[in-house]
Design a protein around this ligand. Sequence first.
Ligand SMILES: [Zn+2]
Length: 340
Amino acid sequence: MDTRPPQDGRDPRAPRPRPPRGPFDAPDPEAPTQLGIDPDAVPRIRRPRTKVLPVEQRRGPDLAAYLGLALMVPASISSLVVMALIGSIAWPAQAWVIPVLWVVSGAVVLIPAFDSLLARRLFSMREPSARDLQRLEPAWQSVCRTAGVNPDRYRLWIEGSQGLNAFAAGGRTVAVTRRALELPPPMLEAVLAHELGHHVHGHARVSLLGWWYSLPARGAILLVGLVAKGILAVGRSFSRHGGAAVALASVLLVLLLAAAVVFLNPWLLLIPVMAPVMAAVARAGEYRADQAAASLGYGVALQDLLKGWVAGSGGEKRTWRARVLASHPAAVDRVRRLRG
Ligand SMILES: [Zn+2]
């Protein structure tokens, strides 16, 4: 369950958002299609009895959201440089227009219509059918009622992947996979409560902004990579026919391009350091979303679901390195935290 895209730093070449956030966001760990859950032992929801709910008291961006914002600065600066270059080439007389418009565009991606566009076009989500809504809507209404949140503020979607997963994306998108819809109601509510936690604590918006503001830098890197591949292919072709000078020139040209990319994107040099930090911040957001769900009474249901997740996927198999770079904590660690 979760929103993962925008806020990564692991593959700067891919100008695609990370999958939206969720407690079970694939691909780390890979979402199982079956859970090891005993259907006769469905947990009960323990609703909080306090008048002011914890999720209400602590609504608004949390530390994970602010750290996520800070970590998107280096790539955003590189993107600004790329847009300034484009502006100076495309419209030299008014070179400031394009970079300024791009900076302002960050506000545009937060409008609800853009959320729907992203959900439909980029994440290939679809609107729930009447049958889907029979399961999804009561669960969502129940979670929002407990949290004191207006359910109509968010839009529900179905995500097409096979595994059990859910996502919070942008400002208003909440999506579940079909497999998640088959969960017993308390567990489906626990999943949705986790996603609501991502929204109320600002993780999903920061994720979207980080993705958006890194697009020009990532696009430029991707473009230069493609050009470099083409140059190397030409060089190899010449070297096979005795054109050693052309082959050498192609290698030198590619090195020059690589130097230009690093000059425009000095943050690339920091990726070995930044990637684990970004992953740690993302994992902190996951723990926080779990905490939000637990504060609404879904702690036991979430624990049981995560235990089923572990059983269904055959246990935690990731290497130490994969766990350090993962945007999601191991399910066993999440259960441990939820137990407190
Ligand atoms: Zn999550």
